[in-house]
Design a protein around this ligand. Structure first.
Ligand code: F6P
Length: 364
């Protein structure tokens, strides 16, 4: 029996379960393969006792419609930076990657499929360089991973954000208010841009284009003077004013590797008020609602394609590759190449041009 270990790392994301199901279903068509899931990324392998679970067809039956991940996830630490508490109560990290490899060998693991975002794929590359047979699968609602046209989870997040715009229009229109909707995406404005175009927002602020508050105020005045007393602004959590920085807090969660973004919408509200905007302004932060619930059909399909391809790369022993969608194909790309790039919106992006074409103000 040949064994493949799968792990889901980083923030949860709609479609993770569909990838797991795709891997298991594809593997079940070959003889003598067993798929094991490691609880909470590689923590399941590194914990004592190990927390591994056999993923068979029964276990994954019907899970493609469920959000989250049935094997849990974490965006803290990892095999190269495992958090350890010092005697004085402070925390440090240790490298447990060699131990991870030994433990995998001991479990007779032939190959690993690591499903995760940027941070997880850096771990994949590190382990590949240490000799592990590993395949990466790109996951994130932010759509910010290089190499792939789309990551799964993104389209579901866009739908949720668009639905939020639609709902805010109802109140904005009834009360003649300005609504600011803050969406996720870290340093990439993909969710904001797509939701702004799909939802018909007047203003869209993304990390890639630092905004000028005067441009926004002008646009609002022009709209209000035309007799439309309401406006919708979609702002990405990573948006910043010209010459300014993102709004972020360092979390004191042990092993958490990112700045926690949030508060861009409230800052913008204050900036609008300071600039003399008299209309009522309300802020809505969509937060983790964007990652929750059922994956949409697009993400279920893409995730299933990624799962099937990941297992086929294992069959071909084509390791060190990340599965990617390059329209119209699902391909394998060297993880090393993929993690060297970061997918943000370029100024010549087609959808950005479309947004300008329909008069959306981008804050510049
Ligand atoms: O990367 C996905 C994401 O949802 C980002 O859009 C967001 O900034 C971050 O994760 C939030 O992370 P957490 O769930 O740890 O608060």
């Amino acid at each position: 029996m040949k064994r493949v270990l799968v792990a889901t790392g980083g923030g949860d994301c709609p479609g993770l379960n569909a990838v797991l199901r795709g891997i298991v279903k594809r593997a079940s068509q070959e003889r003598d393969w067993e798929i094991l899931g490691s609880y909470e990324a590689f923590n399941g392998v590194l914990r004592e006792p190990m927390e591994l679970i056999v993923l068979d067809e029964k276990k994954v039956s019907g899970i493609h419609v469920k959000g989250g991940t049935i094997i849990g996830t974490t965006n803290k630490g990892g095999p190269f930076a495992w958090p350890v508490k010092n005697k004085d109560g402070s925390w440090t990290t240790v490298d447990r990657s060699d131990e991870l490899l030994r433990r995998l060998q001991y479990q007779n693991i032939e190959a690993v499929i690591n499903i995760g975002g940027d941070g997880s794929q850096r771990i994949s590359q590190g382990l590949f360089e240490k000799g592990l047979n590993i395949i990466g699968v790109p996951k994130t609602i932010d759509n910010d991973l290089g190499g792939t046209d789309f990551t799964f989870g993104f389209q579901t997040a866009v739908e949720i954000a668009t639905d939020a715009v639609d709902k805010l229009v109802t109140t904005a229109e009834s009360h003649n208010r300005i609504f600011i909707l803050e969406v996720m995406g870290r340093d990439a404005g993909w969710i904001a841009l797509h939701a702004a175009v799909a939802g018909g927002a007047e203003i869209c602020l993304i990390p890639e284009i630092p905004y000028d508050i005067n441009s926004i105020v002008e646009r609002l005045h022009a709209r209000i003077h035309r007799g439309r007393g309401f406006a919708i602004i979609v702002i990405a959590e990573g948006a910043k004013p010209k010459g300014g920085d993102v709004v972020a807090e360092e979390l004191d969660e042990v092993g958490y590797q990112h700045k926690h973004l949030g508060g861009a919408a409230s800052r913008l509200k204050k900036e609008l008020k300071d600039a003399g905007v008299e209309e009522d302004v309300r802020v809505t932060i969509l937060g983790h609602l964007q990652r929750g619930g059922t994956p949409n059909a697009y993400d279920r399909i893409l995730a299933t394609q990624f799962g099937v391809k990941a297992f086929e790369l294992v069959l071909e022993q084509d390791y060190g590759k990340m599965v990617a969608y390059k329209h119209p194909n699902i391909v394998g790309l060297p993880i090393k190449e993929v993690i060297a790039t970061y997918n943000t919106i370029t100024l010549d992006d087609q959808l950005l041009k479309t947004a300008r074409g329909i008069g959306i103000n981008l804050g510049d």
